[in-house]
Design a binder for this molecule. Structure first.
Ligand SMILES: Cc1cc2nc3c(=O)[nH]c(=O)nc-3n(C[C@H](O)[C@H](O)[C@H](O)COP(=O)(O)OP(=O)(O)OC[C@H]3O[C@@H](n4cnc5c(N)ncnc54)[C@H](O)[C@@H]3O)c2cc1C
Length: 314
């Protein structure tokens, strides 16, 4: 292992992989809250990813994984850990007609685009979801009445304790509304096998155009957000509950409830995870008081949070 010093931060290299130290990761989440991590790596192969996990173990540091960063709240307190981006694991292998092994880091809209090109249907719902295949599995991401589980066949998953790679199938994943059984503290998704069907290309394109148009009018797509902050409670829309409770445009620091869609929180400048947690807590209190419903965050925490902040996820 070599060690270099470069202005502002130091870089180690493990074979060909750069390890960035004290690295500013603000731009790695779609919410753009201020954040910094002790070690950051972006492996290009599964072998490099396993080496990075081993190195974190050697240094006795926690490992976090990040795909598109579109459902993660990065802590604005320095994150003393190894952050591994999966985005360069973005391969696609065609195994059979309509059957693909896809790297965990491939962005969902890109996968959707490639499938349209091949006249394959099933993943049109992914078109406006700015996350990775790995993040999509963790969250069982979905839209327009479709979800990841419907195209999922199996996944290769790294066990972080034993460093063994296991093949998990549909039953093992226990998909539910915006969740699966994969625990990012213990497992890393490396790739997934997905199954699609052939259909009419023009019809697929029409569906995608319709989905895109409906997002443009109903979501603040130009703002820094992490999509829906809260899961929809059974039979309710979280956005509607927040709006009816008077939560629209409530603001703490640089974080505010969107005027376009009340379940989206916008970072309008230099927002921090602290502002975000305070706003979540305030909105949860408001909706509980007005509607007697507890909203649960869809967004996942990465890094250090106070006990008080962690209560928003209970
Ligand atoms: C504008 C906008 C619109 C959105 N619309 C939708 C929508 O319509 N439907 C929907 O479901 N979601 C939506 N989202 C939320 C988000 O895009 C999805 O939840 C997506 O699946 C998250 O993927 P990601 O790669 O960005 O996950 P990240 O934020 O990178 O990670 C999420 C969690 O998964 C873990 N993780 C990520 N990759 C791996 C891996 N390979 N192995 C182990 N753990 C991993 C992370 O550690 C973290 O805990 C939207 C977000 C935005 C910003």
């Amino acid at each position: 292992m070599l060690l270099f010093l470069i202005i502002g931060f130091s870089v180690e290299t493990l074979s060909q992989m750069e390890i960035l130290q004290d690295y500013d990761i603000t731009n790695l989440s779609t919410l753009r809250v201020r954040a910094k991590v002790s070690y950051f790596v972006e492996p290009e192969t599964i072998g490099e990813l396993i080496s990075a996990v081993s190195l974190a173990k050697e240094k006795n540091l926690k490992t976090y994984f990040l795909g598109g960063g579109s459902n993660s709240l990065l802590s604005s307190r320095n994150i003393d850990a190894f952050l591994i981006s999966t985005l360069k694991l973005d391969f696609i292998n065609e195994l059979d007609d309509g059957l693909f092994e896809v790297g965990a880091g491939l962005k969902m809209p890109r996968f959707c685009g490639k499938m349209i090109h091949k006249s394959l249907t099933g993943v049109e719902f992914m078109v406006g979801i700015p996350g990775s295949i790995g993040g999509g599995i963790i969250m069982n991401a979905g839209a327009h009445g479709r979800e990841f589980a419907q195209v999922f066949v199996s996944a290769k998953v790294l066990d972080l304790d034993t460093l063994e790679i296991k093949e998990l199938d549909f039953q093992d994943l226990n998909f539910k509304y915006r969740s699966s059984s994969i625990n990012p503290d213990k497992q890393c998704i490396l790739s997934a096998v997905l199954k699609l069907e052939y259909s009419d290309k023009d019809k697929i394109r029409e569906t995608v155009a319709h989905y895109n148009a409906s997002r443009t009018t109903s979501q603040p797509l130009k703002a820094w957000t992490c999509g829906c902050t809260f899961k929809n409670p059974d039979k309710f829309s979280a956005g509607k509950l927040i709006q009816e409770s008077g939560g629209k445009l409530m603001q703490i620091g640089d974080l505010r409830v969107s005027n376009v869609h009340a379940n989206f929180f916008e970072n309008i400048g230099a927002g921090s995870s602290i502002d975000f947690c305070n706003l979540v807590s305030q909105i949860q209190g408001l909706v509980k008081q007005e509607k007697n419903i507890k909203l649960s965050p869809e967004v996942r925490p990465i890094g250090e949070f106070t006990e008080e902040e962690l209560k928003i996820w209970l």
